[in-house]
Design a protein around this ligand. Structure first.
Ligand code: ADP
Ligand code: MG
Length: 575
């Protein structure tokens, strides 16, 4: 029961622990029976045969040893199961991180990051109970009752039959209650995820919330979300307590049935004391592991629910995975990047973002993409970097399709500067090093100078070591953009992709960045997405996009003379 296939596959990745856990539960089972046997013959000897201490000393020391052995076996099993769970969680985390990197950013743009981070942190943690408690208990709950049945049947078949008939009651009730708990646990998980997502949203949107005066509203919604979580948690607890009560009751009644039938037969002299006492001692031991299984079932349940979500994470959906490996390709003189009739549609959109895109972009050339917002410019840049693959047509680098080459090597040859660079919550230096981890301080200084960042660093309280806050909260957007440029200089890649690098900067800042941009593009193969920049005007070819199609192409003056869409766009922006 609830042996999820995917969870079992994960278990197999740490199967080294399984023989140990199996062996220890077998040893526990033998010890349980042995302990009861020793205890019953000890009492029989002392009470009925009047044996003295010397005669029962071996029995007493045996009892002590077995007690010790039982404790060691169950302790050892917990340690092994704990190690196993830690190993599995570690594997799963590693697997997820690899998945994140190989899936690239595309699948995540459709997801809620608060919910994903909840799944990766809390979700994986809740698998712990499944592996370290529920699964080992499953082995114990199968082996101990079996060992007891085997030893009771030859002694007294009637008690054996009572055990056999009452045994299925506990699993039966467990399944019955488990059915209800599944839905409730899922609801609890969902509301926990909603709560995490909501908190992250609140933190990230704090400025907007204050600005639009929505704090009170938002606090009310927050109260609702937390209250929902409280009530679903109470529902889960209610089911857990009810199930504990029912299982306890079933176990107690069954033990009582065994006790009464033994007592009656003992009274009428149909059974001897030692036998009867042994069975009476074994009866609670028989139901105990199954009862405990019922309790741990609920802890395991939340792991299963979380697993359902974990395995649906976008990075584990194999179709979205990048093909790994492929031949490494170095972009060199004479090479050409070619879009051949490329069509692309985002999975959650009806309309195609790009239709029949065809162009050639030679080594050393500058190609500019121009078009109104939403026309597909960024999508073309994503295709060049291999974050998404065309639905139809191919992107080629000389004769190789981009799907055949090693994307990691390919991307290492591209420096990308976007509209909003991502800045990590670390020092400026660490943020720069992202572009080139092993760079010398000389290289850093040069990049700072080229990106006009020197004076900014001079003003920062701790210079390069200054933490610049999550998403670069402590720098202005012009300064952030210069950080992004400095990264591109550090990278010193042959291909430069600029996706509206100055779009949200004012004219003054734009002018200041222009010289840096120009230096960055010198002697490089450049794709620039922008309107007004001189680099666009000097570009070897300008592609004008409209609704995902190239509607005009040529050089700046040719296009202006045409007085078509380009002229309209450029003049419009200027006027
Ligand atoms: P541009 O960069 O020219 O402003 P984009 O290439 O970003 O345009 O977008 C082209 C079209 O694709 C738009 O209609 C946009 O809404 C859509 N789009 C862009 N990114 C995504 C995404 N991650 N998921 C779904 N649709 C997207
Ligand atoms: Mg864009």
């Amino acid at each position: 029961m609830i042996l999820d296939k995917r969870l079992l596959r994960l278990l197999m990745s740490e199967r080294g622990y399984l023989p140990g856990i199996g062996a220890l539960s077998l040893v526990s089972a033998v010890f349980v029976v042995g302990q009861a046997r020793l205890l019953s013959s000890l009492l029989d000897a002392v009470f009925l045969e009047g044996a003295d201490l010397a005669r029962v000393l071996p029995l007493l020391s045996g009892l002590l040893l077995i007690g010790l052995g039982r404790a060691l076996a169950s302790g050892g099993m917990e340690i092994l199961a704990g190690w196993m769970a830690v190993g599995i969680k570690e594997k799963l985390r590693l697997w997820l991180v690899k998945g994140i990197f190989s899936a690239g950013p595309a699948p995540f743009q459709r997801e809620n990051s608060g919910e994903i981070s909840n799944t990766i942190t809390n979700g994986i943690e809740s698998l712990d109970a499944y592996y370290s408690q529920y699964l080992p208990q499953l082995a114990v709950a199968a082996l101990i009752p079996l060992a007891i049945l085997i030893s009771v049947f030859p002694l007294d078949w009637l008690s054996g039959v009572v055990f056999l008939l009452t045994a299925p009651l506990i699993p039966f009730f467990m399944v019955l209650i488990g059915k209800g708990s599944e839905a409730v646990t899922r609801r609890q998980w969902q509301s926990l995820s909603r709560m995490s997502a909501f908190f992250l949203d609140t933190l990230q949107g704090l400025r907007e919330l204050k600005q639009w005066n929505r704090s009170l509203d938002h606090a009310e919604r927050l109260a609702r979300v937390t209250d929902e979580y409280r009530s679903t948690t109470m529902n889960v607890l209610r089911i857990t307590f009810i199930s504990a009560l029912v299982l306890e009751l079933v176990a107690t009644i069954s033990t009582a049935v065994v006790a009464v039938q033994i007592g009656l037969r003992l009274l009428y002299g149909m059974m001897n004391f030692e036998q009867a006492f042994l069975i009476l001692l074994l009866a609670p031991e028989f139901y105990q592991p199954m009862r405990l299984l019922g309790q741990r079932f609920h802890a395991g349940m939340s792991g299963i629910t979380a697993a359902g979500r974990i395995f649906k994470l976008p990075m584990l959906q194999s179709e979205e995975h990048e093909k790994r490996g492929g031949s490494p390709l170095l972009f060199k003189a004479g090479d050409v990047i070619r879009f051949e009739n490329v069509t692309f549609r985002y999975p959650d959109r009806e309309e195609q973002a790009l239709k029949g895109i065809d162009f050639e972009w030679k080594f050393g050339e500058t190609v500019a993409l121009v078009g109104s917002s939403g026309s597909g410019k960024t999508t073309i840049a994503r295709l060049v970097m291999g974050f998404i693959q065309p639905n139809e047509g191919v992107v080629r680098i000389s004769q190789h399709s981009l799907t055949e080459i090693d994307l990691e090597v390919w991307r290492s040859q591209i420096a990308w500067v976007g509209q909003r660079p991502y800045i990590m919550n670390a020092s400026l230096l660490e943020n720069l090093r992202l572009a080139k981890p092993q760079c010398s301080s000389g290289e850093i200084q040069q990049a700072l100078r080229l990106a006009n960042l020197e004076e900014v660093v001079a003003r920062l309280p701790q210079g390069l070591e200054t933490p610049i806050g999550e998403a670069g909260a402590k720098l202005s957007s012009g300064e952030l953009q210069r950080v992004s440029l400095a990264r591109a200089f550090l990278r010193d890649a042959p291909i430069v992709v600029l996706d509206e690098p100055t779009a949200h900067l004012d004219a003054g800042l734009e002018e200041m960045l222009e010289s840096s941009l120009e230096r960055l593009c010198r002697n490089k193969t450049v794709m620039i997405i922008a309107h007004r920049l001189p680099t666009v005007m000097r570009a070897d070819q300008i592609l004008v996009l409209r609704n995902g199609q190239i509607v005009e192409r040529g050089r700046h003056w040719e296009l202006l003379n045409k007085q078509g869409f380009y002229a309209q766009l450029v003049l419009g922006y200027r006027g």
